[in-house]
Design a protein around this ligand. Sequence first.
Ligand code: SF4
Ligand code: FES
Length: 365
Amino acid sequence: MPAPPIAMLAELTHRCPLSCPYCSNPMELTRKEAELDTETWLATFRQAAALGVLQLHLSGGEPASRPDLVALVAGAREAGLYTNLITSGIGLTDRRLRELDAAGLDHVQLSLQGTDAAMADAIGGYRGGFDRKIKVLGWIAEIGFPLTLNFVMHRRNLRQLPRALEMAIEYGARRIEVATVQFHGWAMANRASLMPTREQAREAGRIVAEARAALRGRLVIDYVPADYHARYPKPCMGGWGSTGLNVAPDGLVLPCHAAQTIPSLEFQSVRHAPLAEIWTEGPAFRAFRGTEWMKEPCSSCERKLVDFGGCRCQAMAIAGDPAAADPVCEKAPAHARLRDLTEDFTSDPDAPLVYRAFPAPARAG
Ligand code: SF4
Ligand code: FES
């Protein structure tokens, strides 16, 4: 029997007023009509708590696009879950934030697309978004929500990292997540325009190290480095099927947000099966749980319980085999390919952005 998951990411909706080109949502976005209704989400939260989940991350898309967000938070708290709202801030008003506070919301994680309106609005594809976000940050501070800022960093905005750190202090954040863009979902279509150069990746690491020393005790800095420039991969999801699970807007339960890019996997929905059964017995969760599935070089590697072979979705995307070593790893057979791709993707400073969008209705069917 696997240990219970610690955290569940509930992707309440794929709807979002922003259209960030690095969005981790799948290229085929789920439409509003296919989203789980309030009752099904609440039942899923109760099942998650019974299974042992402690933290619920309410995400999207933009979770504030759900009119029932307050009821969902209240229900999750009633089930005993710690609730974290992952939001761009767009769609939140002072009144709605106060309602969320009254419903018991524990924490807010707010994303920054840039540290000024020119950058943030250009990346988010939403004019006026930055000014709105600054207002929301003021309301969050007034109410006193514990706050994490999330700064997704890439080739175009990486120079703004020092200012993002200052903003975290100014707005009373306890934590900032400095996350170099990870190439899944829409970000895959934007590798040529977003991938940091090797020099940028190095500079980001230096700035983070200095800031961690200077801000110790005042601000926690979580750092996700640019993995295409790393020697070893990240332990994606803390190991497949070991600590967390995602529920997509339509109820499919996924071992990670990009798992649907692995064609051999079969997913189940909370509409048709109990969450506990999906977690323990579901074929998608069993596929890469533990170390049995590993091939060489992972199966005999001393790091296999450190990084669990890296990211299955990245192995699929670059090596064409979800059981291969993550090509980020310098021992991986596909590592040379990743190096070539990295060079290609950092060679054109003018590569255009592909903004996240729902497909045209005619194509969506
Ligand atoms: Fe990780 Fe596999 Fe590389 Fe070892 S060989 S470091 S387990 S990806
Ligand atoms: Fe799927 Fe890394 S995103 S395992």
